[in-house]
Design a protein around this ligand. Structure first.
Ligand SMILES: [Zn+2]
Length: 220
């Protein structure tokens, strides 16, 4: 019997898997690609293609969200596919552990805290991403290529502000194609029950921060 116990113990130690992904599954979050067929995921903070130019997420490679948020995303993707056959969502970020929120916050010392919080939520107050209730995403075509949106993901500045789109279109800074592609993304997400924000075209909340705090535990 002790030998059997030892075998189990060693198997647990060597079990493959990511501690963040395990924790999220244990806390009842859903893995998005399992739940929504056809949705694409490339977590930007799990690659060097982000404003920090390094993999911040380590082993965290999959998108997890709260069950209710996945249901809304499914509704949004169904709407997108029905209205624009061949188009899919491409997820750039989903649930973000609080420890990673600190990494992002500390990577932008050039911005004073008040301005910084336009781009990265202050970890002291928590981001809605820390509750599995926000998602960053774009729309990809039949080949999985992201559509033109006027800026890359995590562009810090006015060109990424949905609140400035009409003015940027009028002045010729934002192309008509990018403007319309943003509308395609936003219409589908709003149909699914998400709320856009004014500073990032790619970010959508399923719940307000207060509501997310009330309903869910923060992912540490
Ligand atoms: Zn976001």
């Amino acid at each position: 019997m002790p030998l059997l116990f030892l075998v189990f113990f060693l198997r647990t130690l060597s079990e493959p898997g990511c501690v963040y992904e395990k924790t999220m599954a244990e806390q009842g979050l859903f893995e998005v690609q399992q739940a929504i067929p056809g949705i694409l995921v490339q977590l930007k903070y799990a690659t060097p293609d982000n404003f920090m130019h390094k993999n911040v997420y380590g082993c965290l490679q999959k998108a997890y969200l709260q069950k209710e948020v996945v249901a809304r995303l499914k509704k949004a993707q169904d709407y997108l596919s029905a209205n624009h056959p061949g188009y899919h969502f491409l997820i750039y970020d989903a649930t973000r552990p609080l420890a990673k929120q600190w990494d992002l916050w500390n990577a932008l010392p050039q911005y004073p805290p008040k301005l910084r919080s336009n781009y990265v939520a202050n970890p002291v107050e928590h981001s809605i991403h820390n509750y599995g209730s926000a998602v960053d995403l774009t729309v990809a075509d039949e080949q999985g290529r992201p559509l033109e949106m006027g800026t890359p993901f995590d562009y810090f500045g006015e060109m990424a502000y949905p609140s400035r789109e009409k003015a940027l279109l009028a002045s010729g800074k934002l192309s008509k194609e990018a403007y319309q592609n943003r509308l395609i993304l936003r219409q589908a997400m709003v149909h699914g029950g998400f709320m856009p924000i004014q500073y990032e075209w790619w970010h959508f909340n399923a719940f307000s921060r207060a509501e997310a705090k009330r309903r869910f535990a923060v992912l540490k």
